[in-house]
Ligand binder design. Structure first.
Ligand code: DX5
Ligand code: ZN
Length: 221
């Protein structure tokens, strides 16, 4: 699979969201990564359901890649207007019945992904391979940008890749956390398909946004 990019909106200039989103879209990012936090499952709050809903109205080519770090994620689906074309990642650790939540995402025409925190074993995926369309491997602890790569992350990506390949199913492997200019190539080699770019690359401020997206895309293609 060709490498795909999902810049993380929580790392953008939040006072100029519309122009930031349009610049990312114009530069050819495939997805826009939207982090939703409840301040309880993770000790932080970033984008709210209203922003996540409104983002839809300015997208041309990018699709929403919604990452919910909240207990009972299904409570927020209506407010976010989850619909066809969206990726929706839920943490296996945050759901009472993860299978029901994944089915609800699918019923809305969206793509259900399971998100794994760094300390969650990849073996838990085996029970959900028939329903998921992707796995989001967190390579930092959920909640904050700008963290170092969590220990064992590169091995975790490779082990999830193996599980997906053995399943012979069409499942996307997404990586979220410290996707830097230096590490993105190795992440791709270890099996990542979709890379979330935050403060470690696209939003590092080294390049204008459009140029940063082009550089990242050429590194992961
Ligand atoms: C975590 C978020 C971002 C992302 C930021 O769920 O998607 O915090 O990791 O990227 P970095 O780690 O590069 O700041
Ligand atoms: Zn995220």
């Amino acid at each position: 699979m060709k490498g795909m990019l999902s810049p993380s909106l929580m790392c953008a200039d939040l006072l100029n969201l519309e122009s930031e989103i349009k610049a990312l879209d114009k530069a050819g990012a495939e997805y826009i990564h939207l982090d939703f936090m409840d301040g309880s499952f993770v000790p932080n709050i970033t984008l709210d359901t209203t922003i996540i809903r409104l983002v839809k109205t300015v997208l041309k080519n990018m699709k929403r890649d919604i990452h919910i770090m909240a207990y009972n994620p299904e409570k927020y689906f209506d407010a976010m207007e989850i619909s066809a074309g969206d990726i929706v990642s839920v943490h296996i650790e945050s759901c009472e019945n993860v299978l029901d939540v994944l089915s609800e995402i699918k019923n809305r025409g969206a793509s259900p992904f399971i998100a794994l925190s760094p300390d969650t074993d990849s073996g838990v995926l085996n029970d959900y391979l028939d329903i998921i369309e992707g796995v989001l491997v967190m390579t930092v602890y959920p909640g904050f940008a700008g963290q170092p790569l969590a220990k064992g992350s590169m091995e975790k990506i490779a082990s999830v890749r193996k599980i997906i390949d053995n399943s012979e199913k069409d499942i996307i492997l997404e990586v979220d956390g410290h996707v830097s200019w230096d590490l993105c190539g190795q992440m791709r080699k270890n099996g990542a398909d979709l890379l979330v770019a935050g403060s470690s690359s696209v939003f590092s401020g080294e390049y204008p946004l459009g140029e940063a997206v082009s550089r990242m895309k050429s590194l992961i293609s």
